[in-house]
Design a protein around this ligand. Sequence first.
Ligand code: ATP
Ligand code: MG
Length: 306
Amino acid sequence: MAKAAEYLLELEKNDFRILQAIEVGMRTSEYVSLETIVEFSKLRVDQVIHRLDKLHFLELIFRWKGNYLGYQLTHHGYDVLAFRALSERDSIVAIGLPIGRGKESDVFLAYNATQEVLVAKIHRVGRPSFQRSKKLRSYIGKRSHLNWLYKSRLSAEREFQGLEIAHKIKAKTPRAIDHNRHIIIMEFFEGKELVESSAIKKPLALFNGIISEIRKLVVEGGIVHGDLSAYNVIITPENDFLLIDFPQFEPMDHPNSHELLLRDITNICKFFKRKYKLQANPQEIFKQIIAEYEEKLQKKTKRKKG
Ligand SMILES: Nc1ncnc2c1ncn2[C@@H]1O[C@H](COP(=O)(O)OP(=O)(O)OP(=O)(O)O)[C@@H](O)[C@H]1O
Ligand SMILES: [Mg+2]
C-alpha cells in the first residue's frame, strides 16, 4: 500500500501548507531552512515547529543537521502532495494494491468515484540506475543540477505527453487521464507483460501488430517510443496487446530518433526470434518505416508550399 494513501486522511490543511513550503524551497536549496518554511507557509514559527515534528515522525520529511537545520521532502512526502491534488480534483478517490515496481517507478491500482479501476504510476527518477538517468539527460538538458523531485516530475510529464500523442492517433496504449507532479493516472488493462506470457497463440500476428503500432507512432504520431521491449508490451486476456512505459519517447525530429527506432524494432525482433523462431530483419522494417515517414513529411511540405 502506498504510504501516502494512509496519511492523506491524517493530515490537516496546515500540514499540507508546510509540505508545499518545503517543496517550493527545494527548488532553490537542497535543504530548506525553518525561516524559509515559515515565510512560504505563512504560519507562525511555533505552529511550524510543532507540525514539522509530526511530519518528521510520519517520515514525510527528512531532517538534515548540518551547519543549519534543513528539511527535505521524502518520497512519501512528495507522494502525499501529488495524491492530494489528484484526489481533490476527483481523478482518483482511492489507491489500491501495487502491481509493478520498475527500476524507476512504483505502479499501483487506483479507483475513481465510479469504482473504475485505474493505474497510478509514480515516477521515481534518481533511484540508482545510471542507464535510465543517462537517457533522461536528453530532456533534462543543462538543468542537471535538478534533484530527484524535479527529475521525477519531468519524467511523469513526459510520459503523460507521450501517452496523449499516442491516444490522439488511436495507438494501442492506455489512455492517460490526469497527472500531478511525479504521478500519472491512466487506464488499467488486465494482462501480463509479453516477456512473461507463455500462451501466445499467433505469434506472427502479434509481431506484425506490434510493428504496425511502432509504425503508426512514427508515421502518424511523429514519435518513437524509445524504450520498447517485451517488458513494455502488455498482453491482455483477449490476446490483444498494449504498449506502455512512454517517458522516453522522442519526436522524430530529435537527433537520436532513428537510433531509438532501430533499437525498439531490434528488441522486438530479437524477442520473437528467440522465443518463437520468427525471422525478421530489423534494418528492413526500420528502412520501410522511415521511408513512409519521410514520404508523409514531403507531402506535408508540398501541401504547405502549394
Ligand atoms: N496501464 C497499465 N495497466 C496495467 N498494468 C500496467 C499499466 N501500466 C503499468 N503496468 C504494470 O506496471 C509495470 C511497470 O510499469 P512501466 O513499464 O510503465 O514502468 P517501469 O517498468 O517502471 O519503467 P522501467 O522499469 O522501464 O523503469 C508494467 O510492466 C506493468 O506490469
Ligand atoms: Mg516498463
